[in-house]
Design a protein around this ligand. Structure first.
Ligand code: ADP
Length: 330
């Protein structure tokens, strides 16, 4: 798949160079005008003082006028300094704003391009696999075991497609605030158990260790909470080796219900921990990544958590891996 990272770096470098050149020119011009004005002010005062000393003989009347001129010169200087500093402050504030907005814009547009590439790829693969499997089943008489395997793989692809479509749909609805909420009291323990059962059916080879406290209730939306749990489980599966266990813990402490999804994968570097919850953000570049995804899963988890007055965070699992923790204020 094409990689946009060198392109973004080149664009960012170009923007940075042009930006610094313009900013330096503006500040230098401001400084030049300030020096020119101060010099002009000094010259004007000197000429006026000379004129006065040439025309007026009486030193008693000369003294206050010269003093007035010097005071006027100083007032002007203070005025130039104040105006210069105001302009400088405006330029700096504007420059910082423009710089940050431009960088954000470039990043967003590149992430969007990456997302479009990832989505196209993500859509094509399950469709191609499903088509191939169905054609094989139609044309050949297979052994029941082989048939079973093919059906299971087709179902897995259909499930991935379904989850991808749900994620895209929900992200756009939550983003545009078009999502209609309908909250009810939910047995969250049953909901989590249900998600784990479905997950185990999809990935029978993966061991999931559960520690679920029974009958924990939350006010919320079933579909959204299922998506939250499913996304965390899918990620644990995607980013941790097949032979490692996934642990799910659900417990209540005081007013808080805490859900933990723990894996023993390679973990998430500290510098990436906040970024992974951003929309379309994926660690690494398209060239180095070997996992499928769109960068929407954790963005949705965060939105859903916020929607339910909950907090989501990630820490390191010991000795290795990631621990995603969602804390609901019940
Ligand atoms: P996707 O999985 O589609 O890339 P997500 O929003 O779900 O998007 O995750 C964002 C990024 O966070 C992933 O690309 C991955 O690099 C990282 N990540 C998420 N979950 C885990 C995990 N359990 N272990 C390691 N890295 C993870």
């Amino acid at each position: 798949m094409k990689n946009f990272t060198p392109k973004i770096n080149r664009r960012l470098a170009a923007v940075t160079i042009v930006y610094w050149a313009l900013l330096t020119y503006m500040i230098a011009a401001l400084l030049w005008w300030f020096i020119a004005l101060v010099k002009q002010n000094d010259t004007l005062t000197a000429v006026q003082l000379q004129q006065i000393s040439g025309t007026v003989q009486n030193s008693a009347t000369l003294q206050p006028t010269a003093q007035q001129l010097i005071q006027k010169q100083q007032r002007k200087r203070v005025q130039y300094i104040a105006e210069g500093l105001t302009f400088l402050a405006l330029i700096v504030v504007g420059a910082v704003y423009v710089y940050r907005a431009t960088r954000r814009q470039i990043r967003a547009s590149v992430q969007q391009q990456n997302f479009m590439m990832a989505v196209t790829h993500e859509l094509k693969t399950p469709i191609a696999v499903t088509q191939l499997n169905l054609e094989t089943l139609q044309k050949r008489k297979l052994e029941p075991a082989q048939q079973e395997k093919m059906i299971a793989s087709t179902l897995q692809e259909a499930n991935r497609l379904n989850m991808l479509c749900n994620n895209i749909l929900l992200a756009s609805q939550l983003d545009s605030k078009a999502y209609k909420e309908s909250r009810i009291e939910i047995n969250f323990s049953d909901l989590v158990e249900g998600c784990i059962d479905t997950f185990k059916r999809h990935y029978p080879a993966r061991v999931v260790a559960e520690q679920i406290e029974a009958s924990l209730y939350l006010d919320g939306e079933t579909l959204l909470l299922q998506m939250l749990v499913n996304n965390l489980l899918e990620n644990a599966h995607k980013y941790a080796p097949q032979e490692t266990d996934i642990k799910v813990v659900l417990a209540q402490a005081g007013n808080f219900v805490t859900l933990e999804v723990i894996d023993s994968g390679k973990g998430i570097p500290d510098t990436e921990k906040a970024k992974i919850f951003e929309k379309f953000y994926r660690i690494g570049s398209e060239a180095t990544r070997n996992t499928k995804g769109t960068g929407l899963g954790l963005f949705l988890c965060k939105k859903i958590a916020q929607n339910h007055n909950a907090n989501i965070s990630v820490t390191d699992n010991k000795p290795q891996g990631s621990k995603f923790v969602v804390t609901f204020n019940s």
